[in-house]
Write a protein that binds this ligand. Sequence first.
Ligand SMILES: Nc1nc2c(c(=O)[nH]1)N[C@H]1C(S)=C(S)[C@@H](COP(=O)(O)OP(=O)(O)OC[C@H]3O[C@@H](n4cnc5c(=O)[nH]c(N)nc54)[C@H](O)[C@@H]3O)O[C@H]1N2
Ligand SMILES: Nc1nc2c(c(=O)[nH]1)N[C@H]1C(S)=C(S)[C@@H](COP(=O)(O)OP(=O)(O)OC[C@H]3O[C@@H](n4cnc5c(=O)[nH]c(N)nc54)[C@H](O)[C@@H]3O)O[C@H]1N2
Ligand SMILES: [Mo]
Length: 774
Amino acid sequence: MTRKPPVDDFTDAGLTVGPPATWAVGLPAIEHAMLPALGELDPERTAKVAFSINHKKGFDCPSCAWANPDKSKPLEFCENGMKSVVWESIPTVVTRDFFAEHSLTDMADKSEYWLGLQGRIGEPMYKAADSDHYRPISWDDALDLVADKLRSLDDPNEAVFYTSGRITNEPAFLYQLLVRAYGTNNLPDCSNMCHEATGAGMVPAIGVGKSTIHFDDFADADLVIVMGQNPGTNHPRMLNSLQDTKVNGGQMVAVNVLPEASLLRYKNPQKPVGVLGDGIAMADQFVQIKIGGDMHLIQAVAKRVLLAEQVSPGQVLDWDFINAHCTGFESYRDHILAIDDDEVLAATGLDAAEIEELAERYLNSDATIVTWALGITQHKQAVGTIAEIMNLLLLKGNIGKRGAGASPIRGHSNVQGDRTMGVWEQMPAAFLDELGKAFAFEPPREHGLDSVNAMNAMDRGDIRVFFSMAGNLVAAISDSGRAEAAIRSVDLTVSVTTKLNRSHVITGAESLLLPVIGRTEYDEQATGRQVTTVEDTVCFVNQSGGELPPVSPDLLSDVSVLCRLAQRLVPYVGDIDWAGFEADYDRIRDAIEKVIPGFDDFNERLHRDHGFLLPHGPRDSRTFPTASGRAQFTVRTAEHVAAPAGRLILQTMRAHDQHNTTMYGLGDRYRGIAAGRFVVFVNPDDLTELGLSDGQTVDVFSEWPGEDDRVLRGYRVVAYPTKKGCAALYFPEGNALIPRGAVADECNTPASKQVVVRIEPGAVRADSGRPITV
Ligand SMILES: Nc1nc2c(c(=O)[nH]1)N[C@H]1C(S)=C(S)[C@@H](COP(=O)(O)OP(=O)(O)OC[C@H]3O[C@@H](n4cnc5c(=O)[nH]c(N)nc54)[C@H](O)[C@@H]3O)O[C@H]1N2
Ligand SMILES: Nc1nc2c(c(=O)[nH]1)N[C@H]1C(S)=C(S)[C@@H](COP(=O)(O)OP(=O)(O)OC[C@H]3O[C@@H](n4cnc5c(=O)[nH]c(N)nc54)[C@H](O)[C@@H]3O)O[C@H]1N2
Ligand SMILES: [Mo]
């Protein structure tokens, strides 16, 4: 029944381009969700997965961090969630013969699509320094090897411990504990490349870096402003919440560079009218902005709000809220009233009437939610933009109010939880104090390396071991060429993983693959079957436990790997019962309860209710854990980053058939792309000005002061209704073009959606699944 792994890699030879869609989901999404499941899994596995995903007693969908309604529908998943669990749970295992046949050099020429489809890794694998092949190794030997190597380092800071939001709370807590017991804070994570700016922008304003809304606030909002987000692909179930807003008479405004189909019209597949009818119009206003213009836009809207207050004093702003809860209003007001309107128009590419219209909607709304994702966070001024979103919300008291709030929409299903558990290279002293107290050891205090700085340290030759708990850093991080050279400089790379990816073939001298069970699979330990937990984008902690048997008997859980490594590496550090943690995950939760606020009666509440909401001062009681105890208006200066003549600003984004570096397929249905990935979207007017024609083969060069151009060759240029002056192509291939130095101010996130490029006619097209980068 199960498809055989592909022998040949994909090529773009069959690529087709059609018109972009004008609506999202509906019947095709049901078909796209269920066909892979039915084609790849037997009926029993399909049913087990379909009826337990996102259910209180089932497992949390690993695709995104969107929240679950209080009462789940019998089928509580979207097309892309189903694609992700099918990808994980296809019971095909990569064989020893495969690794004997394919050298690492050979696999380095393959795409992520080809690597992932080979199947699940079924047993630990080891590549020796003098070999170009992986061969099987026992768990004991593998873990001894890691512990011996780590113990041999002169300084624990010569090791880097990456993780991605794929892992759940319990392993995340143990991971940071292990790493700190070993003696370093080098804990970079995928958040460094994702929503880092969200915390950096929100915490100074309200003291908390997480969403201030409840899941059902969407239904009560007068206005939802969706900024820099493509929910139809990346958070499809969010469309149900936006539908609630609209059905209840609220409005939705989309601020985006691209006219994403789901922002225009939605057909709910779980409602008859969604399947058969025209669906529901989504954006009441579509604000098509230039890449990087959002900070100027928010300031301009705020200026109009402040001018309206001058015309009708006391009538416009929420003075009760500002007087009782805020500080810094006067200097903020004076600064915003002085911004230059012409610069706003140049930076946003909007006309004054569009800004006026958005301001009017905000003025007329008593309850506004602003949501955002990577279209806001992966830019030079990401932190400033988020600070301005907070300022705008404070003006009308939109924090801690029904139907209102700031709502960053997280990516990975547990990326928020991992941070709550202490996976961060710069955890505050209060957390380290509690951790040290609970386990009787002294955690290191010096801040560790984030993702970009970890690569810089590798370049300098300062890193000997790179350990990765889930994820695919070498593909996810900027500047692919330099990233690969950096990783190759270390002595040992270790990947705790489910499936093959590029980080397993671009390695240090020695390399280990440690295969683990996935979310869909059950986890048996000495005291019986275990569950773990995840935190969603609105701070709800959910239980997650799989129901499928693991695809191979030689897999461990993430928790087991960590506990067994810890017993070898740090057996005498502090008072930590690693064996007890492995046997009974309730004990891990007891430890979490001791160290992290908000987890009182963790086990009791989990076993009784299967989940609970974490406390949040600003949301729950308008208490603000800032230095002043008040919400803080901040003064920020927006800078217009213009492209030089003949250049465009490039964003790198997700196609519909991928999850970050994982490829389920090769299409991007809503944008009209099928059977290929090497396309660059350009506005038709820009094509004319650049002397290019739709469909032509081109090379894309990125430009960075003082450095050689980086290039992706052999792309097909697609005339597309993106904002004029802006181009787009897919991540992770696009990382070849993002210079290491292009990062967001203040938070070091790669500016992977704001890079200056030049597009020139090209000649050669890639004839494999890897793009041409020289
Ligand atoms: N199926 C699926 N689901 C996923 C993922 C996946 O890969 N596949 N990834 C998960 C992860 S880790 C994350 S972080 C999220 C990502 O979710 P998204 O943030 O939706 O991800 P992107 O595909 O990068 O889309 C970015 C959007 O921002 C817009 N944009 C780009 N630059 C700007 C700008 O300057 N201003 C404005 N206003 N808009 C801009 C783009 O046009 C695009 O619509 O999704 C999560 N969910
Ligand atoms: N140019 C550009 N770069 C970007 C982005 C962009 O928009 N543009 N987006 C950034 C963002 S938002 C993010 S979050 C990062 C993503 O960076 P990562 O999180 O590092 O990448 P993923 O592709 O999500 O990682 C997928 C891998 O996780 C492993 N995995 C999957 N499930 C499990 C599991 O259950 N357990 C374990 N142990 N392993 C598992 C598998 O090996 C799989 O190949 O990329 C960032 N990079
Ligand atoms: Mo992300």
